[in-house]
Design a protein around this ligand. Sequence first.
Ligand code: ZN
Length: 480
Amino acid sequence: MSGLEAVIGLEIHVQLATRTKMFCGCELSFGDHANVHTCPICLAHPGTLPVTNERAVIYGLRIAAALGCEVAPRSIFHRKNYFYPDSPKAYQISQYDFPLAGPGELGGIRVHRAHLEEDAAKLIHVGESGRIHGSGASLVDFNRGGTPLVEIVTEPDLRSAAEAREWAQLLRATLRQLDVSNVNMEEGSLRVDANVSVRPEGSGELGTKSELKNMNSFRFLERGIEAELERQRELIAAGEEVQQETLHFDPSDGSLTPLRSKEYSHDYRYFPEPDLVPMVPTEEMLEEARRDLPEPPAARRERYVSELGVSEGAAATLAFEPAYGEYFERAMGAPGGGSAAATAIWVTGELVGSLRQADAEEEPLASKATPEAVRALAGLVEEKKISNGAGKQVLAALVAEGGDPAAIVERDGLGQISGSGELEAIVDRAIEAEPEAADEVRKGNPKAIGRIVGAVMKESKGRADGDGVQKLILERLGQG
Ligand SMILES: [Zn+2]
């Protein structure tokens, strides 16, 4: 059914990579033996008192700064009450109506707020569940309980599943530059939930939303939102209404299962945490949070275009996909090689393409093709030591096995064919092989040259420079 537009907002939980937990001195760990990083505070023994981790606050402020958020001069913690075995206190310390930071913006999407809170313990379900006398059980690992989190909430500005995925990727790349979190979706240090609704196109109102959970990769995030949009459009087409609920996405079969009907905030009986003083960031803390803050994407794009002469398209890719931006920066830090404009084209074109082909989420810096090698390759093409086509073959070899471009050129005989007579011989053979095309060119129809150029390229295996070949053919046919 057409005429219904998607309205999507994201809620992102970021585990902070501090040394200790949010309100106690327990060490943070991933993958350690269960329940070894616990203490009376994070196990909620009576009479214990929480103390706010200053490092977590600074990390939160750093995220707020990177998202262009205003920082609240005074924010307070609230208790979010709920009963579930992942919380020994039966409440989570979070923030409610006075969050750490509020409105901001990243990549054109408005950020509603960013606040600090603590993570819940991890439940591990074993055996058969759902039967009173079954063998099923749930185990609790309190190591994760009390891990500092920043929750980022966007406005419902996203209009498609693909846009939501792209923005989440931009956010992860932005956060990764800050060195405040591992931002690993599979390990759960970056968790993305989506609020999804549809509404008639052009309407300013919001439809009833559902909340999607358990999308632990960017691909699943996109697929989960797509499945939910389709479900809602079908419901509305059938004259039914969307219910406010929380849905669990199962990537194995693409299904969406209701977890619980959505709570409203009054269900949580939020009230101010009486054991913690309000958070009032000092000037020193704000300064530390903003120190060495990476350049925001929009400013970076502008700089690449105006100062380095990089094309608009390549600059946008480098700026908005900071992993490629960092790759490019390292390439330009190499002692020599191609110009910034040429290197940017190789990084954002051929390299992006071949890495995506290999694995959708592979990081360029983890690739065997090093930034230094790709810049050197750009230089070889720029100096016409190899043709553009040969350059593509060298890049494929770099991605597959690493190494030095000049050595690969030597080994695979990819060096540009120069005017040493070799190229003339190939051109003459191509003209002989395409007599009709050659006649056409002699009669003054230059379009017919394509078939001869093709024959030269085929025989030279792409090692000849296209412009040079064209010129030589015209010369040989008396049209030069
Ligand atoms: Zn503890």
